[in-house]
Ligand binder design. Structure first.
Ligand SMILES: NC(=O)c1ccc[n+]([C@@H]2O[C@H](COP(=O)([O-])OP(=O)(O)OC[C@H]3O[C@@H](n4cnc5c(N)ncnc54)[C@H](O)[C@@H]3O)[C@@H](O)[C@H]2O)c1
Length: 322
């Protein structure tokens, strides 16, 4: 399936991954993109200013609005990224997490069935995996219950599978591992990289929650969106679940040291107690399935991606220097 001539709905399109996805969709010639985002964690100013993009501010929980969008815009492809983000936020606000991540996904799935959508791409998370020192295998079912977010992202996968099996909705499930890059601002509930960058650019020590030896896999956001677009266009990917990750796995201590070096921050790191729910020691991806499907994988090095992201962050002193 070619995306270029399709009408595309991107939920969460004003977010860190979604805004980059929209940019890439424009680059490959998609002429009609509707973004639905309630701006609860995204920002309209990261969206490209382009007549092919229609931005609608609203929630995936607003069923009337969804009906209007499906009737008026007639999307043929849905990239569903809108989410209550992420682990700590879900511990603090479990009902809001359930509402958006599970009920919001079901509301979109049912309308996608009714309107004969040609592809439904659901962005799940590596958080749904059980704890394992082995690379996480996309054949594994979602079983995590470390936080409400891990539960709601896993449940939404199961709903997507239900509508695929029961109604033949052409679903593709993508399990993203930590994505980073331009487009993500720091914040209480945001990922480690923008928060480390903010403190590093201010010359402050980077807080490490735990021993610093916990390993995570970081994927440059443009690699993430290129894999998303590649898989969305493969008919053979329908019904499949795919890890979207790089081979850049690194101990958090080394990540902090790298960011301090690249920003010339001499303040070092400070150690804080581990977060109560953060028990996963290693998060690494088995990449055979996505590689088999796409042929080759983009794999921007962590250092190259960090340099791009720091250069971008410096353009937003109001977000990174306060
Ligand atoms: N960034 C990562 O490292 C990562 C890792 C694993 C999975 N994911 C998944 O990828 C997707 C995108 O993540 P992201 O990093 O861009 O997150 P993000 O928070 O930047 O983007 C999510 C977007 O959804 C919007 N949103 C939230 N609730 C909404 C609602 N009820 N209705 C409409 N819009 C709503 C937010 O305003 C935001 O713009 C999410 O589904 C997330 O669970 C991301």
């Amino acid at each position: 399936m070619e995306l270029a001539n399709k009408r595309v709905l991107v939920t969460g399109g004003a977010g860190a991954v979604g805004s980059n996805l929209v940019r890439r969709l424009l680059e490959i010639g998609v002429a009609h993109i509707v973004v639905l985002d309630d701006l609860s964690s995204g920002a309209a100013d990261v969206l490209p200013d382009d007549s092919a993009v229609r931005f609608i501010e609203g929630s995936v929980r607003d069923e009337e609005l969804l009906d209007k969008i499906f009737a008026g815009e007639e999307p043929e492809v849905v990239f569903h990224l809108a989410a209550h983000f992420a682990n700590q936020n879900s511990v603090d606000h479990p009902i809001a997490d359930l509402e958006t991540n599970a009920a919001g996904t079901v509301a979109l799935l049912t309308r996608s069935v009714k309107n004969d959508v040609k592809r439904f791409i659901y962005t799940s998370s590596s958080c749904v995996y059980p704890h394992s020192e082995e690379p996480f295998d996309d054949a594994w079912a979602p079983t995590a219950y470390d936080t409400p977010y891990t539960v709601s992202k896993g449940v939404a996968e199961l709903y997507a599978r239900f509508y695929h099996e029961h109604d033949k909705l052409p679903v593709v499930i993508l399990r993203l591992f930590n994505s980073f890059g331009p487009g993500e601002f720091p914040g209480k509930y945001r990922n480690v990289i923008p928060n480390f960058m903010r403190l590093a650019l201010q010359g402050k020590p980077l807080p490490i929650t735990g021993t610093g030896q916990e390993r995570r896999t970081f994927t440059y956001v443009m690699d993430t969106v290129d894999m998303m677009i590649g898989l969305a266009q493969k008919d053979e990917a329908i019904g499949g679940t795919f890890n979207l990750a790089s081979t850049n796995d690194i101990a958090i201590q080394d990540l902090a040291d790298t960011i301090n070096r690249l920003t010339e921050n001499a303040a070092g790191v400070e150690y804080l107690p581990a977060r109560s729910w953060d028990k996963v020691k290693v998060r690494r991806a088995k990449l055979d399935r996505v590689r088999d499907m796409l042929g080759t994988l983009p794999n921007t090095s962590l250092e190259a991606g960090l340099k791009e992201t720091i250069a971008w962050a410096k353009q937003f002193p109001q977000k990174f220097l306060v």
